[in-house]
Write a protein that binds this ligand. Sequence first.
Ligand SMILES: [Zn+2]
Length: 375
Amino acid sequence: MVLTAIEEYDQLGRDAFLERYGYREARDYFILHNGRQYDSKAIAGVAHRGIGGRPLHASEFSGGAATVGKVLGHLGFLLTSRQDAPPAEAFLEKIRNLDTAVSNGRPKRHQPLTLLWALGRAAHRAERLIPWNATRAEISALIREFGLEGDRPTPEYPVLKLTHFGLWTLPDHPEPPRPSGSPPLGWMSRNQPISGLREWVYDLLTEDQAVRSQATACLLSTYFQDVDQNALLIRVGLGDINDEPLPPPDDARTPERRPTTAMRIVRDSALSLLIKTLHDHTCQICGVRLLLPNGPYAEGAHIRPLGGPHDGHDVAGNLLCLCPNDHVLFDQGAITIKDDLTVINRLTGEPRGTLRTVPGHDIDPQHLAYHRSLY
Ligand SMILES: [Zn+2]
């Protein structure tokens, strides 16, 4: 009914729609749908005809966050006020401030895993709302594989927690139970709710790869520092979605240096693709963004080299997004980076500026120190 009202609003235009049903222009509260704002009270009042047989007049109910906002929110719509941050910022703010339980000083991973799973589904435009049995099976398996030691696979908690936090929705159940105590699982089993990301979150994540990458990187670096992040990305379907052109062919004079399959896999790991996407393929040292005929090109450079004898790990804090020139200079020790991210040209001893950073990708100074120790 809300969607039908929105459709009519689009057909008539704002003024005619408001006039037909007797509403004034909204001052504060709008529904955000497909990137456009709609007067929330008018839409709710008109949608009411599907339940009450006729549209409500403006004087028959009050608008605002506590009434119209609550109902529309439970249906999965995003209510914005004029002053609100745009949805990308609102979403990332929530991702940075998840209310996760703590176990032995470490944040639990139920909600982050649930979100990564949903991010992967949104990236592939998989169905937004799916039945509880399927949700339960998939999130349980992820908690078993990537949760903290001793974590019980209890997907009802993150689903309900994220619902009350405004990211998830159980559209058929406006008053889902609180995620505490033992009732949630029983309630879920009895009601078998379909659930998924709220519509505005899903729309944002299917459309905006940059937001998806930022959210993914933020979750990885906050909750999964000691996890095989590549394996996790691939597992949730986020390993193969950052398409990019093939690297340029190697120098013809050194055919023996043509990358082996193993090198290729390491360099273009899912994590490396994520980091490059996060930086929009812009070199963190010189700011160059190389453009090839079929897209931008950059390389993921490990600060502490992988494998023996260095034993570096393929984690976001150990990766840089570099142009090929600076990658070689860095790998061969012509460049080092100080803890304050000053880039040093070791041949002259002069600083070359400061490493460029983006939100969601923090460099681990331990790895910078290790790299400096090599040279
Ligand atoms: Zn560069």
